[in-house]
Design a protein around this ligand. Structure first.
Ligand code: NDP
Length: 280
């Protein structure tokens, strides 16, 4: 029987995962089936149970179920546990392994695809939701000179600093890790500015002053497929020429999941090329 995988979310029609994994399988000469499942509100566990009972081997998880997936898994990776969110599951008998590949996907896109090493750089993350929680420790492991998180609700940003202190104390000694609100951002520039709020979904830009972009900065919006988002437009107006969206992050986290399930890591270039919406 062909090995079966799926992505679960609500809504789910927009998900690129079936396309990406089908492309990866073709490129790696593997035969898999990859579908999409619309999880009913409150019905995550029942949907996953049914998929496993039908022989499913693994799943990707998207909004709003990443926290439900965390509770569902029997075994969590360190990144998934600290993020409190799972974006990939692997089923083996009674065991359900949970991973969160958003962070490694983002870091790989920045450092490899965009050739922007983070070591000794000043990095600012806007937003402290699920995506930032998944990316936080992977970003710190790259040893930036500074890692600053700004959030509307500052307490969530402070939680992230505490998580870093607890879990990577040695790195916190070597890197300035700070939390802040938006109004306090005025005076300092950063080499890499990552936009990880959902404000753009409603067409708004985050309230950041143009001074946060150092000369030569990279402005990166985790949102993808929307062209020039309000955040990227704001960066461009501030003179930033290095602009990127999250399509590479999406492809890289998918490649990590594929490698975890299938034992072979696909090249992402073709998928990124096909899914890229020009930033204009
Ligand atoms: P969450 O809902 O978990 O977090 C939302 C964040 O946005 C919070 O920090 C929230 O602040 C902030 N926010 C929402 N509205 C506003 C506003 N009007 N002004 C300022 N801040 C606001 O979302 P995620 O972390 O899951 O996702 C964030 C983004 O990342 C989304 O655009 C998503 O599409 C993208 N993403 C991309 C991925 C990829 O592979 N490329 C993977 C995962 C996510 P507060 O805490 O104060 O409410």
């Amino acid at each position: 029987m062909t090995d079966r995988y799926a992505v679960i979310g609500n809504p789910i029609e927009q998900s690129k995962s079936p396309f990406i994994h089908t492309e990866f399988a073709r490129a790696c000469g593997q035969t898999i089936e990859y579908g999409r499942i619309l999880g009913p509100t409150g019905g995550f566990a029942a949907s996953v149970d049914a998929f496993r009972a039908a022989g499913g081997k693994g799943m990707n998880v998207t909004a709003p179920f990443k926290l439900d997936a965390c509770a569902y898994c029997t075994d969590l990776s360190v990144d998934a546990r600290l993020a409190g969110a799972v974006n990939a599951m692997k089923f083996e008998g009674d065991r359900v392994w949970g991973e969160n590949f958003d962070g490694v996907g983002l870091v790989r896109d920045l450092q490899v695809n965009l050739a922007s090493p983070l070591k000794h750089k000043r990095v600012l993350v806007l937003g402290a939701g699920g995506a930032t929680r998944g990316a936080w420790l992977p970003l710190l492991r790259c040893l930036p000179a500074e890692l600053v998180v700004a959030n509307r609700s500052v307490d969530k940003a402070l939680d992230l600093v505490e998580i870093a202190r607890q879990h990577l104390p040695d790195l916190v000694q070597q890197c300035q890790v700070r939390a802040t609100g938006y109004p306090e951002l005025a005076d300092q520039g950063y080499d890499v500015v990552l936009h990880a709020t959902s404000a753009g979904l409603s067409g708004e830009g985050p309230p950041v002053p143009p001074a946060v972009f150092s000369p030569g900065a990279l402005a990166y919006d985790l949102t993808y497929g929307k062209g020039l988002t309000p955040f990227l437009r704001l960066a461009q107006a501030a003179g930033v020429v290095r602009l990127a969206d999250g399509v590479g992050m999406l492809a890289e986290q998918a490649a990590e999941a594929f490698a975890w399930w299938r034992g072979v890591r696909p090249d992402t270039a073709s998928v990124i090329r096909q899914l890229t919406v020009p930033l204009q």
